[in-house]
Each structure stands twice: as structure tokens, then as C-alpha cells.
Design a protein around this ligand. Structure first.
Ligand code: SF4
Length: 177
């Protein structure tokens, strides 16, 4: 991996911040899964969410097959963060940047597993659970679906996380080897 080239390419993207992490430093929490199951309306709705992604332990094993990962964050100012439509409209550009970063890693010969934001919204109606994912090349499981507390990870890696004002922050975690 030519880290210098990658960082030069990352500097060309509208990223807010990024950090390389060792996957052994990740924390996997059953409590996050409990929140998915009991508080998220997307639970059991797409291949990107539990239970389709497997147990937290299965997710942990899958993640730890990679030694390293790249945490990326984008930040967008909206007029009113309480306006859900406006806030969610910032998500698609973040997903596109996640795809671009994955391609940069792949261009260097890396195998990549990317986790990103919320439930998958690629298809008008998800094929889960009756059939296989229709666009696996574009589907990113949600970071939290794997039991990873992304805001905690951001804090520990020095990424500023603003939970106030009209700033929308999205995170993706790209495992690579
Ligand atoms: S790509 Fe389509 S089928 Fe696959 S998880 Fe997303 S919405 Fe579901």
C-alpha cells in the first residue's frame, strides 16, 4: 500500500477528516445491537442491517480478518438539522465518497470491506429476506450494525465530532488488506 499516494488522493476528496486504525483497537458492543433491534425502524428490513449482517460476534470475526481500516468522515452544514429530509439528503454524497475511497484502495490492489451509514437505500424495495441482495457491489452494511460505536472510535482517533448546531457528520469505516 502506497500510503503517501493514498493520502494525496484523499486530500482531493471533500472529506472532513480521516484516520487509519488498527482493527484490534475496535470495540464491538452488544448494546448497540440491542438498540438496532429495539429502537431502529430499519431492523430486519435490509441486507445492510441486523439480523442479515449476522451476530455481533460474526461481524467482529469478519472485521478482524483485516488488520487495518480507514475511518472517514464528511461534514455538511444544513439549514435546519431538525429537517429530516434536508439532513438525509446529505447522506447520498457521503456514500458516493465512500465508494470513491473504496476504489482508491482497490486501485492499489487492496481487498476492501466497507461499512457506512444507516440502512441500504439502493433499491426501491429491498430483496431481504426473500432473495439475495440485488446490488451487492453498491451495498454498504451500516457501521453500527456491526456493533461498532463510531462516535467513540472517532473520538479515540482524534476526529472531531460535532453533535450540535446544523452540522451533519457521516462516518464510514473501510477495512482493507
Ligand atoms: S442493494 Fe438493494 S437488495 Fe441489496 S441491501 Fe440494498 S436495498 Fe437491499
Amino acid at each position: 500500500m502506497n500510503r503517501e499516494l493514498l493520502e494525496a488522493q484523499l486530500a482531493e476528496l471533500p472529506l472532513y477528516q480521516y484516520a487509519f486504525i488498527r482493527t484490534r483497537d475496535l470495540c464491538f458492543s452488544e448494546r448497540i445491537r440491542w438498540i438496532c433491534e429495539h429502537e431502529c425502524p430499519m431492523y430486519n428490513q435490509t441486507w445492510a442491517c441486523p439480523p442479515a449482517v449476522g451476530s455481533v460476534e460474526e461481524c467482529r470475526v469478519r472485521c478482524l480478518e483485516f488488520d487495518e481500516a480507514l475511518l472517514i468522515a464528511t461534514i455538511t452544514e444544513v439549514g435546519d438539522i431538525a429537517n429530516i429530509d434536508e439532513t438525509l439528503a446529505t447522506r447520498a454524497p457521503h456514500e458516493e465518497i465512500t465508494r470513491q475511497v473504496a476504489e482508491l484502495l482497490r486501485a492499489q490492489g487492496a481487498e476492501v470491506m466497507a461499512l457506512s451509514t444507516e440502512a441500504c437505500a439502493e433499491c426501491a424495495r429491498c430483496a431481504w429476506p426473500s432473495g439475495p441482495c440485488l446490488r451487492p457491489e453498491r451495498m454498504f452494511p451500516c457501521v453500527e450494525s456491526h456493533g461498532i460505536v463510531v462516535t467513540d472510535l472517532a473520538e479515540r482517533t482524534g476526529i472531531d465530532f460535532y453533535a450540535e448546531g446544523n452540522l451533519v457528520t457521516w462516518f464510514s469505516l473501510l477495512f482493507f488488506r
